[in-house]
Design a protein around this ligand. Structure first.
Ligand SMILES: Nc1ncnc2c1ncn2[C@@H]1O[C@H](COP(=O)(O)OP(=O)(O)O)[C@@H](O)[C@H]1O
Ligand SMILES: [Mg+2]
Length: 222
């Protein structure tokens, strides 16, 4: 990876404030786990917490979420990518950046840049460098302090999605081969960002996954 490109990125610097994200394929437990750390941060660390999901999180972003996840035709990977980036830029501008200026605030994101790297960069084949290049300017160049990548197998994801029993969206109706590429893609991102992304075995019970996340979080947030 080109080090000059990685140098374009930054993390928020407000004292006591943190930017966190959750990543992983459908059913990996992102929504379950972020609720767990939200209550820890509010009750035990007395932080102001903002939880947001991608794509979406703003009125404009929710419209884009509809456009992407509700699409009945296959979109070109670059079209997909630019829709996600538009939603993300607006979310950063309207919500994330202003909130992170407040001391002792924490923003927790349910999916962020690593989703674009894994889905459009690796599974759809645009490449990691292309995606990072598109993120190099303000406000898109903001990286989380920590990203929890919840790692599960294809089989586990399918089982949990079946149990949840919702109608499949645009990405969920992809072929198994696409899902495997996504899993491999996420796993390979941990070596590009070894200090930021923490891979967690999310095939165990929610309690065990939660414990591992909390033990890491306690080291970051004193
Ligand atoms: N560690 C776990 N073990 C078993 N089931 C889980 C675990 N974590 C989450 N689930 C269940 O799997 C489904 C997907 O979890 P969810 O948190 O919605 O995942 P995501 O937000 O990553 O798609 C839910 O029905 C949830 O109750
Ligand atoms: Mg979820």
């Amino acid at each position: 990876m080109n080090p000059n490109l990685l140098n374009k990125f930054r993390t928020p610097e407000t004292p006591g404030s943190f930017f966190l994200s959750f990543e992983g394929i459908e059913g990996s437990g992102k929504t379950t786990q972020l609720k767990n750390i939200e209550s820890f941060l509010i009750n035990e660390k007395k932080k102001r917490v903002l939880v947001l999901r991608e794509p979406g999180g703003t009125i404009f972003g929710e419209k884009l979420r509809e456009a992407i996840l509700g699409s009945t035709v296959p979109l070109h990977p670059l079209a997909e990518c630019h829709l996600f980036l538009a939603s993300r830029a607006q979310l950063l501008h309207e919500k994330i950046l202003p909130f992170l200026l407040i001391p002792d605030s924490v923003v927790i994101l349910d999916r962020y840049v690593d989703s674009t790297l894994a889905y459009q960069g690796l599974a759809r084949g645009l490449g990691v460098e292309t995606i990072l290049t598109l993120h190099q300017h303000n406000p898109l160049n903001l990286l989380p302090h920590r990203t929890y990548f919840l790692d599960i197998s294809l089989e586990t994801s399918m089982e949990r999605q079946k149990k949840r029993g919702q109608e499949k969206d645009y990405f969920e109706s992809e072929k198994l081969e696409f899902y495997q590429k996504l899993i491999d893609g996420y796993r390979s991102l941990t070596s590009i960002f070894p200090d930021r992304i923490l891979k967690i075995d999310a095939s165990v019970t929610p309690e065990e996954v939660g414990k591992e996340i909390l033990s890491d979080l306690k080291k970051i947030i004193a």
